[in-house]
Design a protein around this ligand. Structure first.
Ligand code: MN
Length: 400
């Protein structure tokens, strides 16, 4: 285990609440169609991984969505189940139908209303005052049913800061126990996130209200923005497994967890997710969502612990930490792979030849390595044949 990771479990650090929205925002990704059984299986895996909150769905969408939330509450050992509602009465009643049977401590709702000028004018056709009245009415109604109510300003990142403060103020006056700040379109940078989050923390914390953040990856900054929000004092982070979600997706659970773990001394937040579950969790969600994990996917991609380049292979064979940010077992991956290529050196070639039962002398190995490096790219289609041919030719030269 590297020296970095020894610093990872610190007592006394303030807990960071990990709220997974794979089953809500992730489920909105085009082409993803989770069955009720899929949702229950993912919720169980999230519970086993140590996620604190599961956002299980959007009950107003359908009776099937209501049924999925009910089954998750009954079958998955998740500490808390949240569902999403628009700031309208029917959505809050649908949430109640989904969660009425759940333990009051284990359930909650997230209510949202769009607050940006674009959404107010074109989507809602409502004035600022009309929006504030809707927020008040929805939060009051939700609090009659639920102890935990988070209010979010949809498109919060493109909302005027002064109106953002008013909207959250109305929500907290109406009894919201949490406020959510979503960068719905994924437009913020980490510097801007820090400024917004500091402002919102100043608003929320004196009233005992928690701040939740939600970032999208349209600029490839979702995880960086999540870390910036954590550094600025956010209490709850919304993440998805594999980063699936609307458009470019959400901040990825596996990336955020590993960044916080590797830099525990910097962030000083306790995270309950077991990193050794991350690889299997990502593979499960990939299989059930049909969204493949790219080979170069951060943390869990097939190439994170694989290298073909000679310099890297030689270093890895001498000590794994020379070319790894963390060990495969830390995230539950199988192990280091050293696939051969024209970029590979003698160390990895010798290892692969040993696996094939071929032992060469030093001079033969050098000759075989030269042949392999200069092989036509098409010869890699049958790697074993290429290596046997090169070894035989190298031996022939050695004997000659
Ligand atoms: Mn979203």
């Amino acid at each position: 285990m590297s020296t970095f990771l020894k610093e990872s479990s610190r007592s006394g650090d303030r807990p960071l609440i990990i709220s997974d929205t794979t089953l809500r925002d992730g489920a909105q990704m085009p082409g993803v169609h989770f069955s009720v059984d899929d949702k229950v299986a993912i919720a169980k895996a999230l519970a086993e991984a140590g996620v604190d909150v599961v956002e299980a769905g959007f009950p107003a969408v359908s009776e099937r969505e209501v049924e999925a939330v009910r089954r998750i509450c009954a079958e998955a050992d998740v500490p808390r189940v949240m569902v999403l509602c628009r700031a309208v009465a029917g959505d809050i009643e649908a949430a109640w139908r989904a969660l009425a049977e759940a333990d009051p401590d284990r359930r909650g709702v997230g209510v949202f209303l769009a607050t940006s000028p674009l959404h107010r004018r074109y989507k809602l056709g409502k004035s600022k005052d009309e929006c504030l009245r809707m927020i008040d009415a929805a939060v009051v109604q939700a609090r009659r049913r639920f102890d935990k109510v988070t209010f979010s300003c949809e498109d919060g990142s493109r909302t005027e800061p002064a109106f953002l403060r008013r909207a959250y103020g109305v929500a907290m006056d109406a009894g919201a126990t949490g406020i959510g700040f979503p960068d719905t379109l994924g437009v913020l940078t980490p510097e801007a996130v820090k400024r917004r989050v500091r402002m919102l923390v100043t608003l929320a914390h004196p009233r005992g209200v928690k701040l939740r953040v939600h970032f999208h990856d349209d600029l490839g900054l979702a995880t960086a923005n999540t870390l910036a929000a954590v550094a600025a004092g956010a209490d709850i982070v919304h993440l998805t497994v594999g980063g699936i979600g609307e458009r470019a997706g959400n901040a990825a659970l596996e990336e955020t967890v590993m960044a916080l773990r590797l830099h525990a001394r910097q962030y000083r937040r306790a995270v309950g997710v077991d990193p050794a579950r991350l690889t299997s969790l990502c593979r499960l969600v990939s299989r059930l969502s049909g969204v493949p994990l790219p080979a170069n996917k951060a943390v869990v991609g097939g190439n994170v612990f694989a290298t073909s380049a000679g310099v890297h292979q030689d270093g890895l064979l001498k000590h794994p930490d020379t070319y790894l940010p963390f060990r495969p077992e830390t995230v539950g991956a199988e192990g280091i792979r050293l696939p051969l290529s024209a970029m590979s050196g003698k160390a990895a070639l010798a290892l692969r030849l040993t696996e094939l039962g071929i032992a060469l002398s030093g001079a033969e190995l050098a000759a075989a390595s030269r042949l392999v490096k200069n092989a036509d790219p098409s010869e890699w289609a049958d790697e074993e044949a290429l290596l046997r041919r090169a070894a035989a030719m190298a031996r022939g030269k050695g004997a000659a």
